[in-house]
Design a protein around this ligand. Structure first.
Ligand code: CS2
Length: 493
């Protein structure tokens, strides 16, 4: 039997499930980028809200739009959009069936008109998890007008990027004179709401519609949020474990996640689900400190574990964080470099560091370096360079950042020589591989050319030449030495 509404009464009694009539849901939220992260996070909080709200909560069904592939839409269709969340700590797994998704659509389908859905008066919230690379930003957090996807969307009436879709949808709302939905960015982007607002305004301006840009500025809310839960891609083990947990009922698209759940949302006006019914969800006036701590300490350290770990043959975050040398280097990087500018006490920073390292070592979560290492050029500025710049300006060490950047460059150098065993996904992959090809074996030239990319690294770093030399030296070590041995040496420094 396949998971579906009809299968719900047959689930084992220890499986959590919707406490409402899933068939009675109506759409109130449109989510762009409905992948595993959304399914393990906002959709779960929405289910908690519907559970506590009773009949009035049924208006919060989610229309989930996938942006790149229709696979998940097809997998969930025969399941009435139900799926299993496997919350994993070590060997222990807790299964919950989530039912808050009302409909799934693929944005690439001809008949899928997302702008019209944005303008549907029942939709009060348009949320997004399209990853940092889906915002097409330059290092200063502004819309990258040169990005191919943006120039294409500016020239079409069927936009495919989130920003293009939002502008087309908000244009319709304005023409109809209805109340605009709240646009809720849930991506790991610095000041995500404010940044998205600016890109949407910039895009409307580039379309030549200044009055729409002004209307958006004055009328549409884009709260900032901080979202946190580790939710790797689905694996065959997840499918097998879901079948066991569901007593033999099949789920083609379960997801695994760690037990941590945090969603800090900038307060906004207008109707919304009672998301705070889910532990870890909070509405606050200012999200900045939570956002900076998470982006720098979690996401930045994730990049170090992914890039350096893979070079040492440690291909998952759990393996990399459990390695005594790399674990130690990462902890120091997280606690002493990546805490720059975060207004929390030493004790709070110690506790957060301990929590994060423990989460990274969770053996129940298989999170591949290849996955976490994706789209580094879109992540570098917010997660690493901002703190590195701050540390340099204040005379503090930047050893971890140097290792991280050198490891990242090494991925492209290896890839260019067809010696990288991992797939390398990055919006600027061709340019970066080309740099490595042109500067082959010349580490200094590679480091110089990478750092010269202002759209990735921003303006020159303080003491720029010294940083280039340090990265070049590290690149040489990563190329010539045995990486695990190198890490052992670096860990005792
Ligand atoms: C990761 C995040 O792939 C990445 O960039 O750092 O997806 C991370 O797992 C989440 O932000 C955790 O909340």
């Amino acid at each position: 039997m396949r998971l579906s509404r009809a299968a719900l009464p047959h689930l084992p009694s220890n499986v959590y499930r919707p406490q409402y009539d899933v068939a009675a849901l109506t759409p109130g939220i449109l989510h762009l980028g409905c992948g595993n992260f959304h399914r393990a996070h906002q959709a779960v909080a929405t289910q908690a809200a519907i559970n506590v709200e009773g009949a009035s909560g049924l208006r919060w069904g989610i229309i989930g739009a996938t942006m790149r592939r229709p696979d998940l839409v097809n997998d969930l269709l025969p399941q009435d959009n139900l799926y299993t969340l496997l919350t994993r700590v070590s060997e222990k797994t807790v299964a919950s069936v989530i039912g808050s998704i009302h409909t799934m659509v693929f944005s690439g389908d001809e008949q899928c008109d997302l702008p019209a859905k944005i303008a549907d008066p029942r939709i009060h919230i348009v949320s997004l998890t399209v990853t940092a690379s889906g915002y097409y930003l330059t290092a200063d957090g502004r819309l990258d007008e040169q990005a191919e996807a943006i120039t294409r969307d500016l020239a079409t009436t069927h936009p495919r990027t989130a920003v293009g879709i939002l502008v087309a949808g908000l244009d319709l709302v304005r023409k109809r004179g209805t109340k605009p939905p709240v646009i809720l960015s849930c991506d790991n982007v610095s000041h995500n709401g404010e940044t998205l607002k600016q890109t949407v305004i910039d895009f409307a301006g580039l379309r030549g519609d200044d009055s729409l840009a002004e209307w958006i500025r004055a009328n549409v809310q884009f709260p900032d949020t901080m979202v946190d839960r580790i939710a790797p891609p689905t694996k065959l083990d997840d499918v097998a474990d879901a079948r066991i947990a569901l007593g033999g009922i099949e789920d083609a698209a379960p997801i695994s996640a760690d037990p941590w759940f945090q969603w800090i949302i900038g307060a906004f006006d207008g109707p919304r689900p009672r998301w705070e019914a889910h532990p870890g969800t909070k509405f606050v006036r200012n999200v900045s400190v939570f956002e900076a701590a998470k982006l720098q300490m979690l996401n930045g350290s994730h990049m170090l574990l992914a890039y350096t770990g893979a070079l040492a043959g440690l291909n998952t975050i759990n393996e990399a964080a459990s390695d005594s040398s790399l674990g130690h280097i990462t902890r120091n990087f997280m606690r002493y470099e990546q805490t720059a500018g975060i207004d929390l006490s030493a004790e709070e920073l110690d506790d957060y560091t301990n929590d994060l390292m423990e989460r990274f070592r969770n053996p129940g979560i298989v999170h591949e370096a290849e996955r976490v290492g994706r789209n580094g050029s879109a992540k570098m500025a917010d997660r690493v360079i901002r703190t590195m710049r701050d540390n340099l300006e204040n005379g503090r060490p930047v050893r971890g950042a140097i290792l991280l950047i050198a490891s990242w460059i090494r991925w492209f150098a290896l890839h260019e020589q067809e010696a990288l065993e991992l797939a390398l996904t990055d919006p600027r992959a061709n340019t970066l591989r080309q740099i490595c090809a042109e500067a082959r074996d010349d580490h200094k030239a590679q480091a110089e050319a990478f750092l010269a990319m202002e759209e990735v690294f921003g303006p020159p770093l303080p003491d720029h030449d010294r940083q280039v030399d340090a990265i070049a030296d590290m690149l040489r070590c990563l190329t010539e030495d045995d990486v695990p041995t190198l890490l052992r040496k670096l860990a005792v420094r």
